[in-house]
Write a protein that binds this ligand. Structure first.
Ligand code: ZN
Length: 132
């Protein structure tokens, strides 16, 4: 990650700097404590093109073999967390409903998804999502 990115506002919309919000998660320095924190860090990974982190935080049962974000260029421009069900530090499953806004080919779009997460060995993983 470039220095300039780290001192910018975090793409996940937390209001914090990237350097103290999602960057330590992407770097493997700090695990996501909650499903929402993992969801936010994965959004940030999409926004800055961190394929390795997306794969590492994907549950092995549903994880694709590889990702190629460059093949389908999308600029992610905003995230709103609509609701969270469970997904706290002591839970083993969680759901997060969110809306992500993007621009692709000069057009604006939005993705509304209800994502499910599991916690195994103290780590949260993304399992899958339904378009909400
Ligand atoms: Zn963040």
């Amino acid at each position: 990650m470039k220095k300039r990115e780290k001192s910018a506002a975090c793409p996940c919309g937390s209001g914090l700097l990237l350097s103290v919000c999602c960057a330590p998660r992407l770097a493997g320095e700090r695990a996501a404590e909650t499903a929402e924190a993992l969801m936010r860090s994965r959004y940030t990974a999409y926004a800055i093109g961190d394929e390795a982190y997306l794969l590492a935080s994907w549950h092995p049962s549903t994880r694709p073999d590889s990702l190629d974000l460059a093949a389908d260029p999308v600029k992610w421009v905003g995230l709103s967390i609509e609701s969270c069900t469970d997904g706290q530090a002591a839970d083993s499953t969680g759901r997060v409903r969110f809306v992500a806004r993007y621009k692709a080919g000069g057009r604006a779009g939005r993705l509304a998804e209800d994502s499910s997460f599991v916690r195994e060995d103290g780590r949260w993983y993304y399992v899958d999502g339904e378009v909400a």
